[in-house]
Ligand binder design. Structure first.
Ligand SMILES: *Cc1c(COP(=O)(O)O)cnc(C)c1O
Length: 454
């Protein structure tokens, strides 16, 4: 299997190179040349299913036994024997709990496996990389946990000082591994992202220290998320509708890929919070940037849905030049698609709606009152939207993307009950923190990264 860039001007690469590269060097995202189909995998563990989904995408880069071993290791860190269990809500509506990994959010599903893939590929090549990333909360802790035992990977995560929740900060700063560093930047999340971008744009610096990224556009992350859509359709008899709380379009894109590969999914329902660029696109066929507005579901507070580029490339019949042109104009002028593109790619599959913070709180409360279950605010956005689209006779599944204890304030506000951390994290607040504080200054941060990358 070979991979091409959505902007059509980067070298064609194999799986291992695509995983290490993250972004293509023309600024595009890598996608496979074709979408393989997967026959029904009705038996076997979650890790075995994951290996079956990956095999056609990996080609000769990783043999089947190794792929299975990496999947087994990645998913042995999950606390539930089903890895991503399905639990009932009201009649015809289930939740898939994607938050039983080490850091309590769905990003663990992808980043535990990505850590294994990085370690394996780098060991084979006898190379080392330094991962540099910025986080507003969930991604940083999940990325650190995924690579904290990888000998060939250094990881440095920048976060805005005083602007991430206590649980999120502790999950990052209490990891005591020689290859892990966390940095509190005197600035905002955007400042952290700008510092990371500047380091990647500094080509001599990037090459000297072999910088790498694990953000949500990384192909292996998208792939790892495809697996649980197959898990859902093998456990519930399809066709099903799936509602996905999303910001970057990463999770829902994985659902679309599962459908391309033959998973019996009817509709994919995009659930946005008040940062609803995606929902506005599905309503109006045009996409325009507005400012980011903080909400109770902060992991979906985004301005641009970066993974949408992969679907746009398909909508342009895989014309990289057209896609590149649309995206260069996007920040200034917005972007729109033609009615025939909409009829072919969007209308048959996608639905979308939004939830306000008020809807989120009302939904958390109603689920608690009716089912005695605590759900987190991101999941609540999904549940609210799923209920709008519920249809007699078609099972509905909503992706539950975080454990309620990760966002205890919102849950307590809605229900009066403060959710407790699960057993493996109950000592989090007693552990010492390892972190440094640095000014929002590129030279200072680069010097820190250079010292750590040695
Ligand atoms: C990251 C995240 C999301 C959004 O994921 P996308 O990749 O933008 O679809 C939703 N919920 C939680 C809890 C997250 O951490």
């Amino acid at each position: 299997m070979k991979y091409v860039s959505t902007r059509g001007a980067a070298p064609v690469l194999g799986f291992a190179d695509v995983v290490l590269a993250g972004l293509a060097n023309d600024g595009g995202l890598y996608v496979p040349e074709t979408w393989p189909t997967l026959g029904a995998v009705t038996s076997g563990s979650y890790a075995e299913l994951a290996a079956s989904v990956f095999v056609p995408y990996v080609g000769a880069d990783i043999d089947n036994d190794t792929m299975l071993r990496l999947c087994n290791t990645a998913y042995s860190t999950f606390r539930h024997p089903d890895v991503v269990p399905i639990v009932p809500l009201e009649a015809g509506h289930h939740l898939m709990e994607l938050f039983h990994g080490p850091t309590l959010a769905f990003k663990d599903v992808a980043l535990q496996l990505l850590g294994q893939l990085f370690d394996h590929i780098l060991t084979q090549r006898n190379e080392k990389v330094t991962i540099v990333g910025a986080t507003s909360g969930d991604t940083g802790s999940a990325a650190i946990d995924g690579v904290k035992n990888c000998a060939n990977v250094n990881i440095i995560i920048l976060y805005p000082h005083g602007r991430v929740s206590d649980v999120q900060r502790k999950q990052m700063t209490t990891v005591d591994s020689p290859n892990v560093r966390t940095v509190a930047i005197d600035g905002t999340f955007d400042d952290c992202q700008d510092l990371v971008k500047a380091m990647f744009n500094d080509a001599p610096f990037r090459e000297k220290h072999n910088l790498s990224a694990v953000n949500s556009i990384n192909w292996a992350r998208v792939m790892a998320q495809v697996v649980y859509y197959f898990e859902a359709t093998r456990k519930m008899s399809g066709p099903i509708d799936v509602t996905v709380p999303t910001g970057n379009f990463g999770n829902v894109l994985s659902g679309w890929i599962a459908k391309q590969m033959g998973a019996p999914i009817r509709h994919l329902i995009v659930a946005s919070n008040e940062n609803d660029i995606l929902t506005r696109f599905f309503d109006s066929q045009s996409m325009a940037i507005t400012g980011v507005h903080p909400t109770l579901s902060p992991s979906m507070d985004i301005q641009v849905s970066s993974n949408f580029e992969r679907l746009l490339f398909e909508m342009n019949d895989r014309d990289g030049a057209v896609t590149a042109e649309q995206l260069t104009r996007f920040r200034d002028k917005g972007l729109s698609v033609e009615p025939d593109q909409y009829e072919k790619w969007i209308a048959p599959t996608f639905r979308a709606s939004r939830a306000t913070d008020h809807d989120t709180l009302v939904t958390i409360r109603s689920v608690y009152e009716d089912f005695h279950m605590l759900i987190d605010p991101h999941t609540a956005v999904g549940v609210k939207v799923a209920r709008e689209f519920a249809e007699e006779g078609i099972p509905m599944l909503t992706m539950a993307t975080a454990h309620p204890a990760k966002f205890p304030d919102a849950v307590e506000r809605a229900t009066g009950v403060r959710p407790g951390l699960p057993e493996h994290l109950s000592h989090l607040f007693d552990l010492p923190e390892f972190t440094v504080q640095l000014p929002n200054d590129l030279a200072t941060v680069e010097a820190f990264v250079a010292a750590q990358a040695k």
